[in-house]
Design a protein around this ligand. Structure first.
Ligand SMILES: C[S@@+](CC[C@H](N)C(=O)[O-])C[C@H]1O[C@@H](n2cnc3c(N)ncnc32)[C@H](O)[C@@H]1O
Length: 425
């Protein structure tokens, strides 16, 4: 087996999509890493990647970029705030899978604090396989690109935006446990049914179908029966093999990509397995470990899902986040995408496009929706337009890199990644 084939096998064993680990794509990222490490041959590099998890992490980072920012998709955090405000159960627990440099779990923490939850009652577990990204998160200095767009007014006291840096307040950081690990394996030991909010955003795009399904199974098992699953733009539960069990949160905001379990009456799916009521223990007792008979019980009653249970996640009307100038049609395209009706969203967005609208908001929506539908050609054309309108748009550049990889143009993919990396430093 050649060195590049060995490296391809390593990357696929980490659940990366085979389209992103083609021989051309691997040749390009390996030559990048050989330049950085000064290693003379592909064989020697393959040996290093196999024995050093740190180097393997750097290789994986060339594909699954730790790109993130605070309050990414602000509607999700409005929905989360409403969720935390109405939830009486304490503590509140959230999971951020693929947390990168921490902007997502820190945003969750700031949201919980802003919702009035006592800091001792906030438990957020954040998981990512990239040790460098986690190290950055631990410093709380997230870099200047960690704030893009507005920080919600209710969260501003937890974020300091400096000219060349964005800093997260220690009280928000203290609510988050950062853990190195790779899903699905890193999720296996966690307590089932114990997370009120599960975030898994902008990871699916990098993964194989089998990897996404294996992760989806864990996410569904970890989510509390009343919990909410938060996904990335135009990502749907079906991507994770959860097509039958979840529906868009009722009363949630457009653009939140928030999903709750379907009510039992509306689905033929079995309710989740019962879980133990000993899950709300104090945080000193390894709060994220699997439940064990030795952990003390509390008196908190946990309602199982039943046919008479109220619909999960009825969120009170949240603060609108859509710009007032955004057309009604664009709003309805977003709402359709948010509800997982990507075909309908694409049809509405294409109708708007045919009227001559080339706005950034529309092109971003078209890019996400066509990507979600698997229409690479239309997605690529929309993301190109986004980059034309906004040359430093990191999200668009990374999507274009993935799409170039998928059609085997590794050199172009590398150029897009290099451009995106300039924008994130
Ligand atoms: C684009 S970032 C997503 C950041 C954040 N969730 C967001 O939406 O802003 C993708 C992250 O996925 C992480 N990743 C890659 N494979 C993973 C896996 N199997 N399990 C968990 N995280 C993974 C990468 O290290 C990278 O930090």
């Amino acid at each position: 087996m050649s060195a590049l084939e060995r490296i391809g096998d390593l990357l696929r064993a980490a659940h990366l999509d085979s389209a992103l680990t083609s021989p051309e794509a691997i040749r390009s990222i390996v030559s990048e890493r050989r330049r950085a490490t000064g290693i003379a041959s592909d064989d020697a590099y393959a040996d290093l990647a196999a024995r050093s998890s740190a180097e393997f992490g750097k290789l994986r980072e060339q594909i699954a970029v730790p790109e993130t920012w605070l309050f990414r998709y602000p509607s999700a955090f409005e929905t989360l705030r409403a969720q935390f405000m109405r939830q009486a159960r304490r503590p509140v627990r959230a999971l951020s899978v693929a947390c990168a440099t921490g902007a997502e779990p820190f945003s969750i923490a700031a949201t919980a604090l802003a919702a009035g939850v006592h800091p001792d009652d906030i438990q957020i577990l954040a998981i990512d396989p990239n040790p460098d990204a986690l190290e950055r998160a631990r410093t709380g200095d997230l870099g200047r690109m960690a704030a893009r767009g507005e920080i919600p007014s209710w969260a501003q006291m937890y974020v300091t935006v400096l000219p060349n840096n964005v800093r997260v307040a220690p009280e928000a950081r203290a609510c988050v446990e950062l853990r190195e690990g790779s899903a699905p394996a890193a999720l296996l030991g966690l307590e089932r049914g114990s997370f009120d909010a599960v975030f898994c955003r902008n990871l699916a795009i990098y993964l194989s179908d089998a990897g996404r399904r294996a992760i989806g199974e864990q996410l569904a098992a970890l989510l509390h029966p009343d919990g909410i699953l938060y996904l990335g733009h135009a990502e749907r539960p079906a991507l994770f093999g959860l097509e039958d069990g979840f529906e868009s949160v009722q009363g949630g905001q457009p653009g939140a990509f928030a999903f709750a379990r379907r009510t039992v009456a509306a689905t033929t799916q079995k309710p989740p397995e019962p879980f133990h009521s000993d899950r709300w223990t104090d945080r000193d007792r390894a709060p994220f470990a699997q439940s064990s008979a030795t952990r003390p019980t509390t008196t908190v009653a946990l309602k199982p899902l039943s046919a008479n249970a109220p619909a999960p996640a009825q969120i009170p009307a949240p603060v609108p986040s859509i710009a007032p100038t955004e057309s009604k049609m664009l709003q309805s395209a977003r709402a359709a995408a948010d509800a997982g009706n990507l075909r309908q969203a694409a049809d509405i967005a294409e109708r708007i496009h045919s009227t001559g609208d080339r706005s950034l908001a529309l092109m971003e929506l078209l890019g996400s929706v066509h990507l979600g539908l698997g229409d690479s050609t239309r997605a690529e054309s929309a993301w190109r337009q986004v980059v034309y309108l906004d040359p430093q748009n990191v999200e668009a550049l990374l999507h274009l890199a993935i799409l170039a990889d998928r059609r085997g143009d590794a050199a172009l993919a590398q150029r897009y990644r290099a451009r995106a990396a300039k924008g994130t430093s």
